[in-house]
Design a protein around this ligand. Structure first.
Ligand code: NAD
Ligand code: 0WE
Length: 254
């Protein structure tokens, strides 16, 4: 098993359609020990049964918008496990109003929120968990092609994902000194809870079916398998990188 005995912290399971759920299932299948964070009580009720289903060791609260909660989470994980091998960041948020209409109309508050929760939280988590990482550790985060090219309505999230991807490159150098790797997976669109509020998401999914080399959308199981590669020693030379799990969308110009 590729992750036999490795301890993996998962941030961002909301339900069994979450990308983080696909990742956790793949990790479980390959022998990892799992622990799950939840943002607040509403999500806790959904995460606990999933943790039971996947044999998780424990769950813990962590709203990534605050250093205190992140610090407390790191202390708890230190008490429970002593060390970690894998950290999965699968968290993003921007106010709904900022994911429609003109990017030009993005508010200061919307910009700040998107950047803080969707981009800075990666650096905050890496810093808080740095002392707990075993050599050979791996950090994985989720991104989207809207960071590279304008995708209608992705707006401020595209800017936040560009910051996230750049953060991966800078963090790779700092964590590399400790033998820890960090990479992002750029996934194609998937109908998760986060996507359910997006108008015309069906149009985006249909576009992928006609305009990508594979002519189909990707699944959370497929993203889970890419994450499995990045979490395992199979990817021991890969860091600071963005891997596309997007049916080849990113490779096509026309
Ligand atoms: P999801 O709604 O299942 O997961 C998003 C998670 O973010 C939820 O668990 C939510 O609780 C968490 N979250 C939001 N604000 C938080 C906060 N302040 N503190 C802690 N947690 C918080 O949706 P998903 O599609 O699985 O999204 C996971 C990741 O994948 C995100 O980074 C998203 O940008 C990225 N992504 C999604 C798609 C897609 O089409 N669904 C494609 C590419 C990348
Ligand atoms: O990163 C994402 C979605 C992230 C997201 C989703 C929401 C919806 C509910 C962040 N914040 C919020 N805030 C809410 O209130 N994706 C990659 C999925 C996604 O979202 C889009 C997309 C795609 C793809 C928005 C517009 C266009 C395409």
């Amino acid at each position: 098993m590729l992750l036999e005995g490795k301890k993996a912290l998962i941030f961002g399971v909301a339900n069994n359609r979450s990308i983080a759920y696909g990742i956790s299932s793949a990790f479980r299948r390959e022998g990892a020990r799992l622990a799950f964070s939840y943002m607040g009580d509403a999500i806790k009720k959904r995460v606990e049964p999933i943790s039971e289903e996947l044999g998780g060791d424990f769950t813990f609260q962590c709203d990534v918008s605050g250093d205190e909660q992140i610090g407390r989470a790191a202390e708890l994980v230190k008490e429970k496990w002593g060390s970690v091998d894998v950290l999965v960041h699968s968290v993003a948020f921007a106010p709904k109003e900022d994911l429609q209409g003109r990017f030009l109309d993005t508010t200061r508050e919307g910009f700040r929120t998107a950047m803080e929760i969707s981009a800075f939280s990666l650096t905050a988590l890496c810093r808080a968990f740095e002392p707990l990482f075993n050599p050979g550790g791996s950090v994985i985060c989720m991104t989207y092609y809207g960071s590279q090219k304008r995708i209608p309505n992705y707006n401020v999230m595209g800017v936040a994902k560009a910051a996230l991807e750049s953060s991966v490159r800078y963090l790779a150098s700092d964590l590399g000194e400790k033998g820890v790797r960090i990479n992002a997976i750029s996934a194609g669109p998937i109908k998760t809870l986060s996507a359910s509020g997006i108008s015309d998401f069906r149009v985006i999914l249909d576009y992928i079916e006609t305009h990508t080399p594979l002519r189909r959308n990707v699944t959370i199981e497929e993203v889970g398998n890419v994450a499995l590669f990045l979490a395992s020693d199979l990817s021991s030379s890969v860091t600071g990188d963005i891997i596309y799990a997007d049916s080849g969308f990113q490779t096509v110009g026309m």
